[in-house]
Design a protein around this ligand. Structure first.
Ligand SMILES: *[C@@H]1O[C@H](CO)[C@@H](O)[C@H](O)[C@H]1NC(C)=O
Ligand SMILES: *[C@@H]1O[C@H](CO)[C@@H](O)[C@H](O)[C@H]1NC(C)=O
Ligand SMILES: *[C@@H]1O[C@H](CO)[C@@H](O)[C@H](O)[C@H]1NC(C)=O
Ligand SMILES: *[C@@H]1O[C@H](CO)[C@@H](O)[C@H](O)[C@H]1NC(C)=O
Ligand SMILES: *[C@@H]1O[C@H](CO)[C@@H](O)[C@H](O)[C@H]1NC(C)=O
Ligand SMILES: *[C@@H]1O[C@H](CO)[C@@H](O)[C@H](O)[C@H]1NC(C)=O
Ligand SMILES: *[C@@H]1O[C@H](CO)[C@@H](O)[C@H](O)[C@H]1NC(C)=O
Ligand SMILES: *[C@@H]1O[C@H](CO)[C@@H](O)[C@H](O)[C@H]1NC(C)=O
Length: 804
């Protein structure tokens, strides 16, 4: 069992130049201020009336309701209202900027009202970031028909839910079109790419929007093109080289195929090139070295192949973010030349055999990933001098590292927050990160000795994973000192012995503990009842000698309780109706010495198992943001566990809300199977086998989805689905005809849960540079999509079922 910590990095970059668009637009000539136009003023007031204001309708912290300054009294000049811009000569309303204005469409219609159509002179319309605004299906068409002078249209995060009409390509004045995250679908009209004045086209985060990049015109003034997280497909045309003004091209997580055209090297104004997570192949064109203004280059998670000489990047003196993982690329770095100073360098899976020499001169690195390479031996001494003030995230996982050559006891990176050292061959005692550390994993190494006391000096750590090593001794008493920050503590698969100390102090954040597969003894520590935020407890495969800890039922958030293969004894007894595991989804008490009747009272109280949660799939996971000087990265971490399913031990790298399990197998329970088990509608894995249960099998309800494997080896149990017939004819009736379909659905549900677990995991490693103010919601859909089009990350995917 283990805790796993997938990582997503989304580096956010603000291209200030692009934000100048609106400002430039409103620079108009001065003159005597004419009166406003009454019809337009009236239309604005009508428009205002059609909304309600709701702070929750805009998530931006600086959002405020601009329309509250719009007053109906006759002397109020509508040209001075917040968000309204008039032409200084004609007095006509030409700009409406209601971005992040907490607008919610009035309850009945939920639509943008037609009143604004009166404002026929509009040049700029910005209703973005009012998340509860909807546009009628024909809305874009109506806008294109009525506002023929439109230069700026921004409907980001407005719910449009339609395709993009061709007529939008008739707006020949358009300079800026922003339709991010507007729930668009259908095929994007190619005509829009040919708009003669279009400089900015942002349509990212519309998963169901398809389209392709057409042959482009030599006169195109396009400056910023963002297609990220859409379903754009096809090849990137050679004529992309015509977009001489292009500064930003972000097409990450789309469906682009083919090779990168070498004409891309003609786009010498490019600052950002992000093609990560597509299906591009071939080699990286040499012409990339002509992109001398490039600051961020992200080509990770494609199917590129061949060798890349690092010299390719030598002339790119501004290059700051380089992400290259997940390709079949070998990097050659044997050079003494001077390299750009990177802030973020991601070279996972690049066939590196040693720490690249050029790292020696890097003194501004904030984020370094060299995971999944073939680096052997010790981390060289000189690495102990690299970017020690600036490094915040370091990933050296999945290599063959054996230790740190002459490093100080505490690693020298004074601002380090996240560190991955898992899946190496590290020997000796646990390397100690600096006290700034937040996230630390050194699992799956060969570390020995006790947990150093210095670990308890990590007063900011939230995730600590020392699992799958050969650590021994008692767990240090001071672990409890960490609980004010610690959320996950994973010590599974070591050689720890002794009793479990108090692990929660007065203030504690602890959500998940996994101490399984050690030699821990004594009782389940009563102090666990103080860990009120606990969601998952795994003490399986130890020598815990105790009765069933029903007092854990007081923990309001507990979802997973695994005490498999210990020395639990006695009867489970009655339950306290008020404190009986209100959120329990998974309980595994198998292979203990529990006796007496099955705990039917508890079954009755475990409410979370009695509902089928058909909401969206959710995982037990947490995310956190890591701030860099050039953006932010998102780190996901989740609880993983192993479960016996049909005789196979399956590893669930993430646990979804759909998995509901009761495993009481291999105990000494006796008596009949209570009918109440049939009421646990959400249950999809039940195992009562290898007990002393008696009586005929109950039927109907939830029972029908389980087969023989769930009840086998109870000598006195009979009736279908067991092969042993009961004396009584009724009990040995063949299964009802509905059984197969229910069975099938339920299997599907379960397997589905498991596969999606794997999908989510594979995509957890999509490293992305996404530029702009992007808020990712709808995470599930996004995961699904990325998996479908990206390639699963080779090195960290370890989710296949394994046999014990
Ligand atoms: C849009 O432009 C096309 C071709 O330029 C033209 O045929 C069509 O009539 C225009 N549509 C409208 C509504 O103006
Ligand atoms: C290229 O742009 C010019 C000027 O706007 C236009 O006349 C021409 O038709 C365009 N060509 C294509 C192929 O779009
Ligand atoms: C790119 O530049 C080269 C040389 O500067 C030129 O021959 C080629 O036609 C250009 N390609 C495009 C698509 O602009
Ligand atoms: C580390 O850097 C300091 C100052 O830059 C230098 O004096 C020292 O020799 C370096 N140590 C190593 C091991 O490179
Ligand atoms: C743990 O907390 C106790 C009580 O606050 C304190 O005496 C002890 O020094 C702490 N230990 C460490 C290693 O911080
Ligand atoms: C423990 O952490 C504190 C700051 O949190 C630091 O001052 C102290 O030097 C650390 N102890 C060791 C041995 O690193
Ligand atoms: C683990 O450590 C113990 C001593 O604590 C040693 O006997 C054993 O061989 C080690 N196991 C491995 C796999 O290194
Ligand atoms: C139930 O548990 C037993 C022993 O623990 C195991 O052999 C069997 O495969 C399990 N059945 C299912 C359906 O997982």
């Amino acid at each position: 069992m283990g805790l796993s910590f997938p990582l997503i990095i989304l580096i956010v970059h603000y291209l200030v130049s692009l934000m100048m668009f609106n400002l430039i637009l409103f620079a108009s000539s001065s003159g005597v201020q004419p009166l406003w136009h009454d019809d337009e003023r009236f239309a604005l007031l009508q428009f205002k009336e059609s909304f309600t204001i709701s702070q929750s309708a805009s998530t931006n912290p600086s959002a405020y309701p601009k329309v509250s300054s719009w007053k109906p009294d006759q002397i109020s000049d509508c040209c001075k209202w917040d968000g309204v811009e008039c032409n200084k000569d004609t007095g006509h309303v030409i700009g409406l900027d209601l971005n992040s204005s907490c607008l919610k469409a009035s309850v009945v219609s939920g639509q943008i009202p037609s009143e604004i159509l009166e404002l026929s002179k509009l040049v700029s319309l910005d209703l973005s970031y009012n998340h509860q605004l909807k546009l009628q299906k024909s809305g874009l068409t109506v806008i294109a028909q009525n506002f023929t002078n439109l230069e700026v249209l921004n409907l980001a995060h407005v719910v449009i839910s339609s395709n993009v009409p061709n007529i939008l390509a008739n707006l020949t004045s358009l300079t800026s079109l922003t339709l991010n995250k507007s729930d668009l679908h259908g095929e994007f009209p190619v005509g829009i790419f040919h708009l003669p004045n279009l400089q900015l086209l942002h349509i990212e985060f519309n998963e169901y929007l398809t389209g392709y990049v057409p042959e482009l015109n030599i006169t195109s003034p396009l400056v910023s093109l963002r297609l990220a997280f859409t379903n754009f497909y096809g090849e990137i045309p050679d004529s992309i080289g015509h977009l001489k003004s292009l500064v930003e091209f972000n097409a990450c997580i789309c469906n682009f195929l083919g090779e990168i055209p070498s004409s891309l090297g003609n786009l010498t104004n490019l600052i950002v090139l992000n093609l990560q997570s597509n299906r591009l192949h071939g080699s990286i064109p040499q012409s990339i070295s002509r992109l001398v203004n490039l600051e961020a280059l992200c080509l990770n998670n494609n199917y590129f192949s061949g060798r890349v000489e690092f010299e390719l990047f030598l002339r790119l003196g501004n290059l700051d973010v380089l992400q290259f993982s997940g390709n079949n690329i070998s990097f050659l770095t044997n050079t003494n030349s001077t390299f750009p100073k990177f802030s973020s360098l991601v070279l996972n899976d690049c066939d590196l055999r040693e720490f690249p020499e050029f790292l020696r001169d890097q003194d501004q690195l904030e984020y370094l990933e060299l995971g999944g390479n073939k680096i052997h031996g010790q981390v060289p001494k000189w690495m102990g001098n690299v970017s020690i003030e600036t490094l915040m995230g370091v990933g050296l996982d999945h290599n063959f590292l054996t230790g740190f050559d002459q490093f100080p006891v505490v690693l020298p990176y004074v601002n380090l927050k996240h560190m991955w050292l898992d899946f190496n061959m590290l020997q000796g005692s646990v390397p100690i990160p600096p006290p700034s550390i937040d996230f630390y994993t050194v699992s799956n190494n060969r570390l020995t000795g006790e947990i150093p006391y210095l670990i308890c000096n990590l007063s900011s750590v939230t995730e600590l994973d020392l699992s799958s090593n050969n650590l021994s001794g008692n767990l240090p008493q001071c672990l409890g000192n960490l609980s004010a920050s610690l959320k996950k503590l994973d010590l599974h698969s070591n050689n720890f012995h002794g009793t479990i100390p108090r692990i929660c102090g007065e203030a504690n954040e602890l959500m998940m503990i996994d101490f399984s597969t050690n030699h821990l003894q004594g009782r389940v520590p009563r102090s666990l009842a103080d860990c009120t935020k606990l969601e998952a407890v795994n003490l399986g495969n130890n020598q815990i000698h105790d009765i069933f800890p029903s007092w854990l039922g007081i923990l309001p958030e507990l979802r997973i309780l695994i005490l498999r293969s210990n020395e639990l004894y006695g009867t489970i007894g009655s339950s306290d109706n008020n404190f009986d595991f209100p959120k329990l989804h998974i309980i595994d008490l198998s292979n203990n010495d529990l006796t007496g009747k099955l705990p039917s009272e508890h079954f009755q109280n475990w409410k979370a198992m009695q509902i089928v949660d058909d909401e969206q799939l959710k995982y037990m996971e947490e995310q956190k943001w890591l701030q860099f000087s050039r953006g932010a990265g998102r780190v996901m971490y989740s609880f993983s566990m192993t479960m016996m399913n049909k005789g196979t031990e399956m590893v669930y790298q993430k646990v979804s809300n759909l998995i509901i399990v009761i495993d009481l197998s291999r105990n000494r329970f006796e008596g009949e199977i209570p009918e109440v088990v049939g009421h646990l509608k959400g249950l999809n894995l039940l195992n009562l086998s290898q007990n002393f249960l008696t009586g005929p099998m109950p039927h109907g309800k939830q029972f029908d989805i389980f087969n023989n494997n769930s009840f086998s080896e109870n000598l006195e149990l009979c009736g279908s689905p067991l092969s042993k017939k009961c004396g009584n004819l009724e009990d040995s009736l063949p299964p009802s005809s509905s059984q197969n379909s229910t069975n099938h659905n339920s299997e599907f549900l379960f397997e589905f849960g498991w596969k999606v677990v794997a999908m989510g995991y594979g995509c957890g490693f999509v490293f992305g540079v996404v530029f702009g103010q992007i808020v990712i919601t709808k995470k599930y859909g996004w995961f699904m999509k990325t998996f479908a089009i990206g390639q699963p990350n080779r090195r960290r995917v370890n989710w296949k079922g394994r046999r014990n």
